[in-house]
Structures are given as structure tokens and as C-alpha cells.
Ligand binder design. Sequence first.
Ligand SMILES: Cc1ncc(COP(=O)(O)O)c(C=O)c1O
Length: 391
Amino acid sequence: MRYNFDEQHDRSNNQSIKFEFVKDLYGSDDVLPMWVADMDFKTAEPIIDALRDRLEQGIYGYTALNDAYYNSFVNWVSKRHDWQVKKEWLTYSPGVVPSLIFAVKALTEVGDKIIIQSPVYGPFKSSIENHGRILVNNPLIYQDGEYQMDFEDLEKKIDEGAKALILCNPHNPVGKVWAREDLEKLAEIVVRKDILLISDEIHSDLILKGHKHVPIASLSPEIACRTVTCMAPSKTFNLAGLQSSIVITCDEKIREKINNSFEIMDMKINNCFGQVAFEAAYTHGEEWLDQLLDYVEGNIDFVVDYIGKNIPEIKVKKPDGTYLLWFDCRALNMDHDALKTFMAEKAKVGMTSGDFFGQEGQGFMRYNVATTRENVKKGIYQIEAAIKEMR
Ligand SMILES: Cc1ncc(COP(=O)(O)O)c(C=O)c1O
């Protein structure tokens, strides 16, 4: 079937963070919400059908995760990412951020140093610091609009005692799908220095043409046995409200510790709708996803092209993946607070502030294009008009 991503949906009755929090975050209700990473699109029809069937059963007692649930994931990652995982390697988790926290708590000690690569998704920092571990930053290198890992600095930070690294692949907010060579280099260091790798791959199915996601644990048995991979259908299929994700660990001892950490918090039981949506997404979601990616890429191309031609104060590079655009607004010559106020109050566009991703995000804003082309254009025109008025 053909999906129509141009259709506007009313989310006012959707209890959606993206819309409900606009006034609190941006000071007024008439700000266009282009921030939190979910989509304004309806999910795939087979997922809605599966949920409807389950809903109509009318019985929502305790549920168990069955083979079909795990097999749907095993088949999906084999097909989409050439990664052969075994059912026994999988642990249910309600979300990727909870998985990061459980991995940190289960596999490191209070006082351990853990590395992140800023600018990066804000909860990486809190999942370390809120649990008594020490944050160590190995910032990405930003040159000519391109981000790269700083391997030399990484080795230095490990030599100074860091025990683990949380990787973001694809990388939110910079939209980088790390290339096989980058990951091989990283894996070589992780194995040689014998540290733990926690790999957040929540964006792994949102890959634009010409790029390929490589699960780092798929590179070799040596890196696999030191890696905890976190994946989910939530970003890909707009299911974040259903709380269903997966942790993949091939090392038995690591897995036991992870499983135990979920168990002692009584977090083993799954929401019945999350389970149904997860399985339907990974079994029947491909047709929808391929069409979604075409549409999202069209949105991205529009923004990159339009800004390139009309708004020289903002630099934006086409990402390799995700539906998030990383605007370098430093040429506007505002301090970060002034930039946030300008975008909210003058442009009336609610973006995620760059400093949510660490201090390297100062002067940057993240624009979410997982919405209709009409909204995507509206936001860009509003930003352009506000900047024009200021020129
Ligand atoms: C890199 C990354 N990890 C995790 C999450 C959130 O995951 P969850 O809602 O499953 O906790 C996000 C959401 O934007 C993200 O970008």
C-alpha cells in the first residue's frame, strides 16, 4: 500500500510530550514544535491492525514474551543489518535509556569513569552521573561541517582509567552513521584496552540512501563479547509511547548481570501492547519504513537545499541517518541563551537546544523533520523571516 505522509494529524488529544510541553518550554502555545525525537506520522497499518486485534480481546492480564517476539527481532537484524543474533542473547527492556542505566549499574562500579562523545544525546551524561559514576568526555572533532571521532584522545582517556564507553550509532544529534572503518578502529581500541562498550543503536533503522548501519558487535567475536547493544522499534516506527526495546549481549556473564539488574528492579514484565507492536513492526513494518525514509529524506533535502541557498547564517550538512538536523547557528553571533530565545520568541520554532547535547552544542539547534513537508517548510520560513528582520 501507499502511505500518505503529507496528511496532517491532530495530536492535541494524543497526550504527546511534543505538543503538551510547548508552552512550558518555549513560553507560548503558538510555537511550532520541532523538538523531541518522535514523529507526527501514524505508524504502519499492520502495527495498528495488530494492536486493534489485541485491544479487542479485552483481556489485558500479565503477558509473557513469546518466541514470535524474539524471532521477529532476530529476523529483522539479520535482514536489515546482516547481523546474526541468537534468541538467548536478547533481554527485554522498556526503553533504551533504562537499558543504558541498567548496563551502567550492572557492569560498572560507583566511582568508575565512563566515556561519552559529545555533542551527544543528553541522557548519556545523566545515566552516568546520576548513578555515582564519573563522566569523561571524548568530544567529537568538528571540522568543515563534518564530525569525526578523536581516537587519540580516546586512548588517552582510557589510559587515564576509564572503564567503559557509551557509543551513539547512528549519532544523535550530528546524524552520523559511523562507517565500518570508524567502527573497526574503535573496536580495535576497545578490545586492546579491554573496556566495556555500551552501544546505543536506537536510530539504526533510520538510514538514508548511500549509507549502511553496522552494529559494532557484528564486527568480531572479540568486540561482541565486550558490547551491550541497545535497539528498539520506537524511533523507527513511532512507538516510543509503548515502551518496548531490546538489549543484545552475546557474553553470558555480562548478560546474566544485565538480566539480574532488571530482575531485582522487577522490570521483567512487558506491556502487552508494546509486545504486539514490537513484533508487528519487525515482522510487517518494512514496506512502511522504506516509504517513510524516502519521505524523510525529501524533507531533509528540502531543508538543506533551502538553507544553503537562502540562510547563510545557518550551516547544515545532510545527515547520513536519523530524522534530525543539526543547525550550526554560530554565524548569528548570539550567545546560546539569546539564540534559544530568538528561535522561540522571534521565529516561533521549538527546536531542541544544542546544549542538551553538552557544551559542544552551544550555538547549535536540532530540528526534527519527522513531520509533514508543510510543517518542515513552515518552520524554515519562520526562521528565515526572523533572521531577515534582524539583518
Ligand atoms: C540516542 C538515543 N537513545 C535513546 C533515546 C530514547 O530512548 P528510549 O525512549 O527508548 O528510552 C533517544 C531518543 O531520542 C535517542 O536519541
